[in-house]
Design a protein around this ligand. Structure first.
Ligand SMILES: O=C[C@H](O)[C@H](O)COP(=O)(O)O
Ligand SMILES: C=C(OP(=O)(O)O)C(=O)O
Length: 352
């Protein structure tokens, strides 16, 4: 039951309008269980991702998919098209589908399908959580590993059992809350460099996440709890460019590798071809990916992963409840599927 607050005599909650109940993580997982067969698949995919990050597996990890999911049908359609390519190129590329439900905003804006699944400011979070979890299970059934950004400290408990790879974004990479969260997450985690281009904060994030932490959180039943973690030693950094410009050039990548080695971390660098590395221009994004393919073909070995923002239709449109173009991003501009297919083939050829 929603608790509406109207307690002018109290000094607390003066700026809180209401508390809306949501199911507990355990309730949602019971309602939409992860079958043992799919759990084994998730574990195997996590091990494979960890192998690339640790350098035991020479393939390129490629996290590819929409900037954000707003229409589960279109996301499933995308997954069905991506799966045969992932199988075909599996000797060179470890393809993880980007399935992002939580969007960090520079100021304000649509915060993703979990927060507002109707894109109409109705904020039906229980529906958002159910829709997200259902979609993740459906994508696992297709046979693809999934990758998510974790933005809220509580939301991962509802979906993380299905996730093979996770990200902490540029706006939260320096946040202790997110580093603590990563220290307890069960999958490898990539930390983005900050929006100003600072890479050290991502390295610090990976170092912090590798340690044991004790912090405030919630348990599986949704009750407040002190959480104690063991630390996550499968973390890496993601170069996404910054306000000063791109940072996917060979000098920036080798500088990041050297800084990781100095910190005692695996020299594992993923390059995000989107965001400040392409000026959020989807046409440029494909060029960035192809430039990196050419460098790999020429013998550069410092890059262990790539991130691509891609959907069925090129570009982006405004989010909202109204009629939308099917398969087009409602956040950052994405490459279309044909371009994605061709970029993935170029990357695999470069690895060969
Ligand atoms: O990846 C998505 C966006 O770049 C990120 O959420 C920030 O978006 P905004 O600057 O439009 O708020
Ligand atoms: C928000 C994202 O990126 P960044 O944190 O690099 O801005 C993203 O990858 O969706």
């Amino acid at each position: 039951m929603t608790i509406e607050l109207d307690t002018p005599a109290s000094t607390s909650n003066r700026r809180v309008r209401a508390f809306h109940p949501i199911p507990s993580p355990a309730q949602l997982r019971d309602e939409l269980p992860l079958a043992p067969r799919l759990a084994a698949q998730v574990e195997a995919d996590r091990r494979a991702v960890a192998g690339v990050i640790a350098g035991r597996d020479q393939r390129l990890l490629v996290v590819v998919g929409p900037c954000s999911v707003h229409d589960p049908e279109a996301a499933l359609d995308y997954a069905r098209r991506l799966k045969p390519i992932a199988d075909e190129l599996a000797d060179q590329l470890l393809i993880v589908m980007r399935v992002y439900f939580e969007k960090p905003r520079t100021t304000v804006g649509w915060k993703g399908l979990i927060n507002d699944p109707g894109m109409d400011e109705s904020y039906d979070v229980p529906r958002g959580l159910r829709t997200a979890r259902r979609l993740l299970l459906d994508i696992l059934e297709i046979g693809l590993p999934v990758g998510c950004e974790f933005l809220e400290p509580t939301s991962p408990q509802y979906i993380a059992d299905t996730v093979a790879w996770g990200a902490i974004g540029a706006r939260t990479t320096e946040s202790q809350v997110h580093r603590q969260l990563a220290s307890g997450l069960s999958m490898p985690i990539g930390f983005k460099n900050a929006t100003d281009g600072n890479v050290q904060v991502a390295i610090d994030g990976a170092l912090s996440a590798a340690a044991r932490h004790v912090f405030f959180g919630t348990d599986d039943e949704g009750s407040a709890a002190v959480v104690e973690t063991v630390g996550n030693d499968n973390c890496h950094i993601i170069l996404r460019g910054g306000r000063g410009g791109p940072n996917f050039d060979a000098a920036s990548v080798s500088g990041a590798v050297a800084a990781l080695e100095k910190s005692g971390l695996a020299p594992s660098v993923m390059v995000d071809c989107s965001h400040a590395n392409s000026g959020k221009d989807h046409v440029r994004q494909a060029e960035v990916a192809r430039e990196i393919a050419a460098r790999i073909a020429a013998g550069e070995t410092d890059i262990s992963g790539l991130m691509l923002e891609s959907f069925l239709v090129a570009g982006a449109q405004q989010p909202g409840p109204g009629p939308l173009v099917y398969g087009q991003s409602v956040t950052d501009k994405c490459m279309d599927f044909a371009t994605t297919d061709s970029v993935l083939h170029d990357l695999a050829a470069a690895l060969r």
